[in-house]
Ligand binder design. Structure first.
Ligand SMILES: NC(=O)c1ccc[n+]([C@@H]2O[C@H](COP(=O)([O-])OP(=O)(O)OC[C@H]3O[C@@H](n4cnc5c(N)ncnc54)[C@H](O)[C@@H]3O)[C@@H](O)[C@H]2O)c1
Length: 449
């Protein structure tokens, strides 16, 4: 959907009114275009005293082709600021965040990126260290609300042993690929997978990989198909019979395949498995994107609408995944992505069915991540906020406009924003990222994000 208010806010009269009435001011967000350098500018790197990542950060930046420096040049604009906060081990140490960031924040370019890196809170040596490391979350989320201008602030917690598995994740969070991802906390190495291969061709990290996307013919699913294919994957789309023509056209355009069917049908797991086995022998990336809403307050909820929403969101994805795992069809190094929603985290009026299902996705994927870690398979949740797709056209105008503006970017996200997050998770370089919930919501201002 187009955002007429954003265009208005950028014309001369709109600018005047936005400024004088204090209206939301949605910036134009920079997004990644294939062929561009990952980061167009220099990243400034700093560290708290006693931090342990050292050269791992500069090595990770170099591996992603990102130019960096540790020396602040007066007046220079930086496209990114990275702060190694692993050395922060008490409340008193926290001032190092202020000492690094306050003098350089004015030098952060528009649509800039801030990444704070800490250690695992669970592994912190003592009570004081837990204070220091957990505090990074409050810092990140608050700075995310301050930076403005389309800039983002995110936090990585790196477990011991995973220090060399940062390149793909730092590359994502420093690039325009993370345009609508802010205030997120990502745990690297948390499920015990602490290594990740070095990706040789960062423009096609998914070459040789096969990806299945459900609900693929439009909206977020279609964007997932395009972005996974851009990065080298062979894509298989799945959607319901009424959307077969769109699905076929997209699959053919991308040189991929497609399966027509309803994921909730009892035959679906076996049919999907048979297709994958026959055409590819296995699958590397499974994106459970299909979803619907059937909104009603609980007092008016019909059981069929409760059951349908829950089964499409989480029941069928669990059955399909278990079938593929039992048949040995998810390859080593594979990834399962569950699509949740901000509604499953913060709750939403009229969505007890949808929010239960989407919160269930989080529970399922986090348990799955633990179960499959030993097989080198990862599982993560992507939780979109307000995204500009067909789905949100059904929301009443007033609520729709509130949902669109109540985030740090004052706008809805684009389908590609979710697709970029999934594509980052699918990279072999992200092998140590598992069991995470990544909100793609521009940092929702209401509820948790
Ligand atoms: N758009 C948003 O703002 C938003 C926000 C949070 C979460 N999400 C989630 O993202 C996912 C994609 O949403 P979207 O906005 O692109 O929606 P959409 O309605 O545009 O697309 C959903 C797709 O899923 C397919 N689908 C539905 N039921 C199916 C079934 N039983 N079997 C196979 N395919 C089925 C539909 O045919 C459609 O192609 C959903 O899981 C949705 O809950 C969307």
């Amino acid at each position: 959907m187009s955002d007429n208010y954003q265009s208005f806010a950028h014309n001369p009269i709109g600018k005047f009114l936005v400024k004088n009435l204090g209206l939301p001011n949605p910036p134009y967000l920079e997004r990644y275009t294939a062929g561009d350098p990952l980061v167009k500018g220099t990243v400034l790197v700093g560290a708290a005293k006693g931090s342990t990542l050292g050269k791992n950060v500069t090595d990770a930046l170099k591996a992603s082709g990102i130019e960096s420096t540790t020396v602040v040049a007066p007046g220079k604009k930086y496209k990114g600021l990275v702060f190694d906060a692993t050395g922060i081990s008490s409340a008193a140490d926290l001032v190092e965040l202020q000492e690094f960031f306050t003098p350089v924040l004015r030098q952060l370019a528009g649509c800039g990126r801030v990444v704070v890196i800490g250690g695992s809170v669970d592994e912190a040596a003592d009570e004081s260290a837990k204070i220091g490391q957990r505090a990074l979350e409050g810092f990140t989320r608050s700075l995310g609300k301050e930076v403005g201008g389309g800039s983002t602030v995110n936090l990585l917690h790196v477990s011991k042993g995973a220090e060399k598995a940062l390149a793909s994740t730092l590359g994502f969070f420093l690039s325009p690929k993370s345009a609508y991802v802010s205030a997120q906390v990502v745990r690297v190495g948390a499920t015990g997978i602490t290594t990740a291969p070095v990706v040789k061709d960062v423009t096609r990290p998914l070459a040789g990989k096969v990806a299945l996307v459900t609900g693929a013919s439009r909206g977020l699913g279609a964007a997932d198909m395009r972005t996974l294919a851009r990065d080298g994957a062979t894509v298989i789309g799945l959607d319901v019979p009424p959307l077969e023509a769109d699905l076929k056209a997209l699959a053919e355009e991308l040189g991929g395949g497609y399966v027509v069917g309803d994921i909730t049908s009892p035959e679906a797991p076996a049919e999907i498995a048979a297709y994958i086995k026959e055409h590819h022998g296995g699958v590397d990336i499974v994106v459970h994107n299909a979803g619907i809403t059937r909104d009603k307050r609980l007092r008016n909820m019909k059981p069929e609408n409760w059951n349908l929403v829950v089964d499409i969101s989480v029941g069928a994805p669990q059955r399909i995944t278990d079938h593929l795992l039992d048949a040995g069809l998810i390859n080593d190094g594979g990834l399962v992505v569950g699509i949740a929603s901000i509604a499953g985290i913060a709750g939403n009026n009229g969505q007890t069915n949808y929010a239960s299902a989407k919160a269930g996705v989080i529970g399922w994927i986090q348990a799955l991540a633990e179960r499959v870690a030993g097989d080198g398979i990862t599982a993560n949740v992507v939780a979109p906020g307000f995204m500009e797709t067909e789905m949100v056209k059904t929301i009443p105008l007033g609520i729709r406009e509130a949902g669109r503006r109540m985030n740090s970017m004052s706008q809805g996200g684009q389908p590609v924003d979710v697709a970029e997050a999934i594509t980052w998770l699918a990279s072999p370089g992200s092998a140590a990222v598992s069991g995470n919930v990544i909100g793609v919501n521009g940092q929702m201002l209401l509820g948790a994000s």
